[in-house]
Write a protein that binds this ligand. Sequence first.
Ligand code: PMV
Length: 329
Amino acid sequence: MQKFTARAHTNIALMKYWGKSDESLIIPTTSSISLTLNEFFTDTTVQFDEKLDHDDISLNTEPLSGKAAQKVHDFLNLIRERANINVFAHVDSVNHVPTAAGLASSASAFAALAGAGAAAAGLSLSKTELSRLARRGSGSASRSVFGGFVEWHRGSDDSSSFAEPLFETVDWPIQLLTVVINDQPKKIDSRGGMQHTKATSPFYQDWVSLSDENLPKMRAGLASHDLETIGEIAEQNALQMHALNTTATPPFNYLTDVTWEVLDTVHELRAKGIPVYATMDAGPNVKLISRPVDTQLITDALRNMSANVQITVATPGPGMTVQEGAFIS
Ligand code: PMV
């Protein structure tokens, strides 16, 4: 069977997905909005091969095993079922996400696997169908099928829960500065973290209501290129998610003292009139929504902190592409 390669870029949520109403179908309790990033992506090549007696999976040229390989295998099963084939596959995936950026790659990984896997299985799926499929691997992957600002509509079942571009071309000055903090606390993966919070926090419904209230405001901010509205809502949404985790039983926390030092620096910059806003995911690292023109100023302020951080610039990026063969030119 033919070999196909897909390239999908990672994304950062400005309004987060944090909890599911259906665990197995990955239907979220809230809609979410993200920005796809140009600098960080995954290239994945898939070829189904009748000679194989198991899925042969590699990541960054090393064979993948254990839990991670099982997730890929389960995802390929969805594709096999849909294409009505019973053949194992070669999967070669390369992450172009520098460790210095501290970004999780599951969004770009499962979007690229959906794109290359579906094409290699002979399925001709629309981008909406690919988004629904990618969602089954990792919720945030549903958004990486598209470029620019993307909304994942929570929906209520498999067919109504998919992402859609809000503004696929971003032709105004907005960027994310990724700030990597080195004192990594004990890791709780996003799947486990959101499940635990939803099951035990007495404030979970408040999180859902606040998100519902802020979504139209975020959409309006994006439509009018209003960095202040976008940033304020994104920062509040992230802090609400992290506060929620501390109200779970037992509580847990992804943020460290250095995260708070970055947040303090951001607030000092804002007090001086610099529009810079923070968002954090399932880890201590910070992503700063900002204008390219302020990069130097923000970087200097962060370098003046007592803690050492690594800073990388990320700009709006494109949607997924799929092509026949092994390489993306
Ligand atoms: O798609 P997952 O299971 O990696 O979860 C993503 C969770 C957050 O990154 C914290 C929020 C989001 O919407 O991307």
